[in-house]
Design a protein around this ligand. Structure first.
Ligand SMILES: Nc1ncnc2c1ncn2[C@@H]1O[C@H](COP(=O)(O)OP(=O)(O)OP(=O)(O)O)[C@@H](O)[C@H]1O
Ligand SMILES: [Mg+2]
Length: 104
């Protein structure tokens, strides 16, 4: 099952994602939770804590004008290189991270 959660700011996307991930993992499902918010906080919400979440490295190449999946890595290699083990056996990945917030 692949599940994407999107919606208006502040409606509870991250909280819902974290609770769903933990619940599914506890029921025996293999869960890969990917935070696609460039102001990410799924790692902290899922239980890594602020310190653990700060160690997540974004897997998208942000060096060019468009973010890209790094070339030459298979999905399995991407997971091995950028996946971080979390509570209940969840693997957590971070897509991108803005270095600083801009205006509007
Ligand atoms: N079911 C709920 N009942 C009460 N408060 C909630 C509930 N779900 C989330 N919240 C609170 O609402 C706020 C926003 O939640 P959350 O961060 O999950 O939303 P979000 O959609 O991911 O926000 P953002 O768009 O900023 O990423 C948080 O302060 C959170 O604690
Ligand atoms: Mg959020």
């Amino acid at each position: 099952m692949r599940l994407g959660i999107s919606g208006k700011g502040g409606v509870g996307k991250t909280t819902t994602s974290a609770v769903l991930s933990r619940t599914l993992a506890r029921r025996g499902h293999r869960v890969i939770a990917i935070d696609c918010d460039s102001d990410p906080n799924l790692g902290a919400n899922i239980g890594l804590g602020e310190e653990g979440a700060a160690k997540l490295r974004p897997f998208l190449d942000q060096s060019g004008p468009r973010r890209r999946v790094p070339e030459g890595l298979s999905p399995v290699q991407l997971l091995e290189e950028y996946g971080t083990p979390g509570p209940d056996g969840i693997t957590i990945m971070l897509g991108a991270m803005a270095e600083k917030a801009g205006s509007g």
